[in-house]
Design a protein around this ligand. Sequence first.
Ligand SMILES: Nc1ncnc2c1ncn2[C@@H]1O[C@H](COP(=O)(O)OP(=O)(O)OP(=O)(O)O)[C@@H](O)[C@H]1O
Ligand SMILES: [Mg+2]
Length: 233
Amino acid sequence: MAVNRVRTGIDGLDEMLQGGLPENHIVVVMGSFGTGKTTLGLQFIVEGLKHEEPCIFISLEEDKDSITKNASSFGWDLSGAIDKKKLGLFKLEPSDAKTTIVRIKSELPKFIKSFGAKRVVLDSVSLLNMMFTDENERRSNLFNLCQLLRSTGATVLLTAEVKDENPRSSRDGLAEYTADGVLLLQSDESREGGEVQLTVRILKMRRTNHSRRVKPYSITDKGIVVHAGAEIF
Ligand SMILES: Nc1ncnc2c1ncn2[C@@H]1O[C@H](COP(=O)(O)OP(=O)(O)OP(=O)(O)O)[C@@H](O)[C@H]1O
Ligand SMILES: [Mg+2]
């Protein structure tokens, strides 16, 4: 059976994905700081809003105000969609760990369904995982959360930070196993001339074929642009 595709709004990336993210997948976007994880999440939401799809963006990192400002720097107006109840934008406080976890587990799936959200972004799962000190608890919570998210029918993007010593692995080494797909954003500073090259690759995408090539991308004033036609040497 052919899978429905959910376009990310980044043409070059959609090309690498053979049309977009498989519908109802949970995909983790991994990368170190400043590689554009939040931007990619916002762009994914903005693409949904363009098609009148209800969307939810949950941040454990930036305040609502910072997110809307962030988005407007790319020319994306979120406030209109928030007013029309097409976009649910939420900030969860990592300091309030217990309440946050209980709320995420008990209220989020119901809320996603009643909101009719087609796209959900959680930025970042690394901060969510930090709320657990116990490794087993962290693992079972994430597994459980992914099950709950899948049951909503939405297509979900999680962002995750990478380990300093192993930039192909998320900080907890968990999300990439639990998720259906993994996109890796990397910045390579070791190039001649000191110019930083940003690259994206698809490490995993269950139940679908996809490009395994490494492609360069830029963060422009209109968001992320993946140069799918270009090669990395
Ligand atoms: N309006 C803009 N135009 C061009 N580039 C921008 C713009 N806004 C941000 N950037 C670039 O994007 C980078 C930040 O992207 P983003 O916040 O999405 O990264 P991130 O991976 O989420 O980072 P963090 O790990 O800190 O959350 C900035 O460091 C800057 O280089
Ligand atoms: Mg971010």
